[in-house]
Design a protein around this ligand. Structure first.
Ligand code: NAP
Ligand code: GLV
Ligand code: GLV
Length: 320
């Protein structure tokens, strides 16, 4: 029986269905990831691996699994933790979960934008501390969404879904990406802008690129310094797209009013990290795709693609 190792429990019935169709499915049962040595040991002899974004999926892991490893299905759309070249060199198929999580992630990005701009979490903390004694015209004034300009960096599936939400709030949309998107420009009334121009003109900036060598610290001190006075940054892409020290500086002494972050560097973010000392930094623990039905569909996708490859069919969502 072919062995499939899954590095975390997944919601829904897909894993039980996979077992029922004749695979030996082994699931790491704990909440925390398997320690590296355990992961290498448990991968041994697997024909398929289902991996998460915190797993380092490199040549060492592929070789620990051995020559029987045919497919790695990543339970995420982002693949920055997976060494695609190492997989390709070994003839291992890699799949992921694009599309299904687009709306859930765009929803969270928009929630972070609203929360950071209108000081929702700061307001909640204020109430919890017992400081709410009166209504006042100058209490917790924030930035307005209506009519503001939002810059979307990385205009792919999630970036465009985010822009669609921004349009519903009557915001002006700028985008920067590797390629121009005439169809999306027309549909969303979006205007293409070079990155530096976008940063200078936007009241809100939302990141939607993958993490690649080109996007590592894309927002560095120089670029963050260019942002508009009082602007708000949202990151639901990957923590390392932003230089954290430069972000702290831009919040403390630079132009940034607030930030909404679902991804951070480091990640997980320790509770005593300086980012959490800032009153207008809102952080969620990388839950962009964490809608129940989205996460169940992601499980269906990875299981279907594991089966496809192991049964000699083409996977639906190949990474390359
Ligand atoms: P996608 O459809 O591939 O879109 C990514 C876009 O980024 C593409 O349109 C691409 O540009 C653009 N891009 C790539 N390199 C760039 C660069 N150097 N400069 C500017 N733009 C660049 O991917 P997606 O499905 O929207 O997902 C995007 C990312 O979101 C994922 O890779 C993942 O890291 C992150 N994500 C996070 C969560 C979460 O839980 N927070 C959930 C899902 C995804 P062109 O099209 O112009 O070539
Ligand atoms: C989540 O971050 C993903 O890439 O799917
Ligand atoms: C505020 O609550 C208002 O009525 O304006």
């Amino acid at each position: 029986m072919k062995r499939v190792f899954v590095t975390r429990k997944l919601p829904g019935n897909s894993l039980s269905e996979l077992s029922a169709t004749g695979y030996q499915v082994e699931v790491w049962p704990e909440f925390l990831p398997p320690p590296r040595e355990r992961l290498l040991g448990l991968a041994k002899g697997a024909a398929g691996l289902v991996t998460m974004l915190e797993d380092r999926v490199d040549a060492e892991l592929m070789d620990a699994a051995g020559p029987g490893l045919k497919v790695i299905s990543q339970y995420a759309v982002g693949l920055d933790n997976v060494d695609l070249e190492a997989a390709r060199a070994r003839g291992i198929v890699v799949t992921h979960t694009p599309g299904v999580l687009t709306n859930a992630t765009a929803d969270l990005a928009f929630a972070l934008l609203t929360a950071a701009a209108r000081r929702v979490v700061e307001g909640h903390d204020y109430v919890r501390r017992g400081e709410w004694r009166t209504w006042h015209p100058e209490l917790l004034l924030g930035s307005e969404l209506y009519g503001a300009t939002v810059g979307v960096i990385g205009f792919g599936r999630i970036g465009q879904a985010f822009a669609r939400r921004a349009r519903g709030f009557d915001m002006k949309i700028l985008y920067s990406s590797r390629h121009r998107k005439p169809r999306a420009e027309a549909e969303l009334g979006a205007e293409y802008a070079e990155l530096d121009d976008l940063l200078t003109r936007s009241d809100f900036v939302s990141l939607h690129t993958p993490l690649t060598p080109e996007t590592l610290h894309l927002l560095n001190a120089e670029r963050l310094g260019r942002m508009k006075e009082g602007s708000v940054l949202v990151n639901t892409a990957r923590g390392k797209v932003v230089d954290t020290n430069a972000l702290l500086e831009a919040l403390a002494h630079g132009p940034l009013f607030a930030a909404g972050l679902d991804v951070t560097d480091p990640e997980p973010l320790p509770a005593d990290h300086p980012l959490l000392q800032h009153p207008r930094v809102v952080v969620t623990p990388h839950i962009g795709s964490a809608g129940r039905s989205t996460r169940e569909k992601m499980a269906e996708m990875v299981c279907a693609d594991v089966r496809a490859v192991l049964e000699g069919r083409a996977p639906r969502y190949p990474a390359f």
